[in-house]
Design a protein around this ligand. Structure first.
Ligand code: KG4
Ligand code: ZN
Length: 342
């Protein structure tokens, strides 16, 4: 079964052709990072305009790379939640138009669920359920008990910033480019992770919930002083940037690792599937391999950590087999996620 997947929930316009849920025939991603970089974050209006320009060329490229035509497609899957509403709508309306014009079935996919599926489709052996799911993206941070594809129970999530968002904001405080995650990872390599005594946030009564806003404020005060009134210090030395990057990364990741291990123990999970852009971070993968050596750690493969449409097409295959397609006219775009965490 050939599935055409479309992803446009934030600042990546993507299309992919996936066979039977895991064989990737093409995976085209047009990133808008350069467009948003000068603003230090995604500008929704600009993102939407760029999605409109890129959508058809990206679909054409995905078909050409897979060496197939639109008529060969059996199903169209589109990320319909959560995300920037204007951006999500462009993907959803493109998918609806294609489905109607071609007479093909259509299915809406939750972007966050797809991030977790990216690890499942990257794994060479079938994933054994139940397992723990860890979503570490720019918009979400959560631990879930995964009983199977489509069967999730939320264990804990962030009460404020998502982990990727915290990376991006801390990077901005140090005048590093957007998105900040990869820059912090790079700078951290030359820094001392213990130079700033930063502590991750705890959420009273919720051992598996996350809080990164206190950590973010602690970074600001450490860099600029307690009397900074929220203003960042204008000039930081390279050494200060590297040391802060390493210290922040250590504090944020120790928190995630400690809660992941504790949740796996409590819910008796032997394996963990990881999803979201922050899983691209090599230091996180190395720290977990060291500290959680008794767990099977299942990561998205190269090209499937950050936003992509292969995870949408792959998950689309399973959801279609489980539930069939949706009514082409009924499918709605949602800025928040009504599916995975409900
Ligand atoms: O999953 P994703 O592509 O988009 C959302 O669904 O949110 O995640 C993007 C996030 C950004 O916040 C970015 O800074 C972060 O992932 N990220 C990283 C790394 N690469 C991307 N964070 C830490 N280390 C990285 N290497
Ligand atoms: Zn994402």
């Amino acid at each position: 079964m050939l599935v055409l997947g479309i992803e446009s929930t934030c600042d990546e316009t993507a299309c992919s052709i996936v066979k039977n849920g895991n064989e990737i025939l093409s995976n085209v991603v047009a990133s808008q990072v350069a467009l948003h970089e000068e603003f230090g974050g995604v500008v929704p209006e600009l993102a939407c305009r760029r999605h409109v320009d890129l959508m058809i060329p990206v679909i054409d490229k995905a078909l050409a790379e897979a060496n197939i035509s639109l008529e060969d497609i059996d199903l169209i899957a589109v990320a319909h939640a959560p995300g920037l509403i204007g951006a999500v709508l462009i993907g959803v309306n493109t998918a609806k138009a294609l489905a109607l014009a071609l007479g093909k079935p259509l299915i809406g996919i939750n972007h966050i669920e797809a991030h977790l599926y990216a690890a499942v489709m990257s794994h060479t052996a079938p994933v054994k359920f139940p397992c723990l799911g860890a979503v570490l993206s720019g918009g979400h941070t959560a631990l879930l008990l995964v009983n199977g594809i489509g069967d999730y129970r939320l264990i804990g999530e962030t009460v404020d910033d998502a982990i990727g968002e915290a990376f991006d904001k801390v990077a901005k405080m140090m005048n590093l480019p957007y998105p900040g995650g990869p820059h912090i990872e790079q700078k951290a390599k030359s820094g001392n992770p213990h130079s700033y005594p930063l502590k991750p946030g705890k959420v009273k009564g919720s051992p598996f919930a996350f809080s990164f806003s206190g950590l973010k404020t602690a970074v600001l005060y450490s860099l600029a002083g307690q009397d900074s009134c929220g203003k960042r210090k204008e000039s930081l030395t390279e050494e200060e940037i590297c040391n802060m990057s390493a210290s922040f990364q250590r504090a944020a990741f120790s928190d995630i690792i400690q809660k992941t291990i504790a949740a796996a123990e409590k819910y008796q999970c032997q394996s963990v599937i990881f999803g979201g852009g922050v899983t691209n971070n090599r230091t996180l993968r190395e720290m977990l391999a060291l500290e959680a050596s008794s767990l099977e750690l299942i990561w998205p493969s190269l090209g499937l950590s950050l936003d992509n449409a292969a995870m949408i097409a792959g998950l689309g295959y399973h959801r279609y087999i489980q539930y069939g397609s949706c009514d082409d006219f009924e499918l709605e775009a949602h800025s928040r996620s009504p599916l995975l965490f409900s």
